[in-house]
Design a protein around this ligand. Structure first.
Ligand SMILES: NC(=O)c1ccc[n+]([C@@H]2O[C@H](COP(=O)([O-])OP(=O)(O)OC[C@H]3O[C@@H](n4cnc5c(N)ncnc54)[C@H](OP(=O)(O)O)[C@@H]3O)[C@@H](O)[C@H]2O)c1
Length: 299
């Protein structure tokens, strides 16, 4: 099968890494469904790429938190194309409510930002509220899960299906302070989706009780971090369940997008390289793995 007749879905693709992933996949000859929750933003993004010569980019609305929206996209692809070759689960939310003016005024040094040294400073501008944390888990974990489950039958109609979950180094197991929880989430042989649900319920409960720290949750971006650890675990569970599909997750790098308040050091062109490489893996490539940019790494 040549690339010309491959079909891909990219979620959260109206801006940032998702938009660039669509562009690079389209440039490789893949027909890409650029999806976005907002019709206007998504259509504008599609036109931008169409104007640049990528007539193989088609917009379809998708809010990863909305069951009806997921169903509508699935029916559209089923009816029009009958199969899907690539799913890039890219849409993401930070889980914090930032005060952007204060953040900019602080003009923090990136070298300090990266290892989280300026945590106390960052806490001042990044508040993890219950609603923002829930939205983060619903987008970054349950959104991926629901979209993937809906599209799996179409992916199984592909001769070379690929799923790419855009994760983060914030979801690295060794960043989790609580040893017991680290073991639970790292014990892939025994980990189940139900167990992940329990862990996500627990962080929301602890957040409500204002007891995150005492219960050993990571204090830097707590909801975001646990959403991505869970996504990494889900990737491995899924890869084990569907050995014919290449299913991997990737930290794209520290990329200059809205989610990093444009403090990321990498341009989107580089940030999309990992997701695109994994979307175009040749048959027999790795599955159930974690990549740091384009390099195989430890979970
Ligand atoms: N940038 C980095 O340094 C970095 C590092 C590690 C991981 N990541 C991951 O990379 C992915 C892309 O992030 P980015 O840097 O490109 O951030 P971004 O520029 O903020 O883009 C986020 C995208 O997700 C979409 N989105 C949010 N909620 C959605 C929903 N419910 N349904 C559909 N789309 C939704 C947004 O749509 P709207 O425009 O409608 O809000 C937007 O298109 C995320 O998963 C993020 O966690 C990024």
């Amino acid at each position: 099968m040549g690339d010309a007749c491959k079909y891909a879905v990219v979620t959260g693709a109206n801006r940032g890494i998702g938009f660039e992933t669509v562009k690079q996949l389209a440039n490789s000859g893949v027909t890409v469904f650029l999806t976005a929750r907002d019709e206007k933003r998504g259509t504008e993004a599609m036109y931008l790429l169409n104007e640049q010569g990528f007539s193989n980019v088609v917009f379809h609305q998708l809010d990863v938190q909305d069951a009806q929206s997921i169903e509508s996209l699935t029916k559209f692809i089923q009816t029009q194309y009958g199969r899907l070759d690539i799913l890039v689960n890219n849409a993401g939310a930070s889980g914090v409510v930032p005060d952007e003016d204060v953040l900019r005024a602080m003009n923090m040094d990136l070298v300090d930002w990266l290892p989280g040294k300026t945590f106390d400073d960052i806490q001042v501008v990044m508040k993890t509220m219950y609603e923002s944390a829930k939205l983060c888990l619903d987008t970054n974990y349950y959104g991926v899960k629901n979209v993937t489950e809906a599209l799996l039958p179409l992916l199984q109609n592909s001769p070379s299906p690929r799923i790419v979950n855009v994760s983060s180094h914030r979801g690295a197991l060794n960043r989790m302070p609580n040893e017991e929880r680290r073991k639970e989430l790292g014990d892939i042989e025994n980990l189940t989706e139900d167990k992940i649900d329990e862990i996500l319920q627990k962080i929301l409960y602890d957040l409500k009780q204002d007891s995150l720290e005492v219960n050993g949750w990571q204090m830097m971006l707590p909801a975001y971090s646990v959403s991505k650890v869970s996504l990494n675990a889900y990737t491995q569970i899924l890869a084990r369940k569907y050995p014919k599909i290449c299913i991997n997750c990737v930290h794209p790098g520290f990329v200059n997008t809205d989610i990093t308040w444009h403090r990321g050091t990498m341009p989107v062109e580089e940030g999309a390289e990992g997701p695109v490489m994994l979307a175009l893996l040749p048959d027999g490539g790795p599955s159930g793995c974690y990549f740091d940019h384009t390099v195989l790494a430890e979970f």
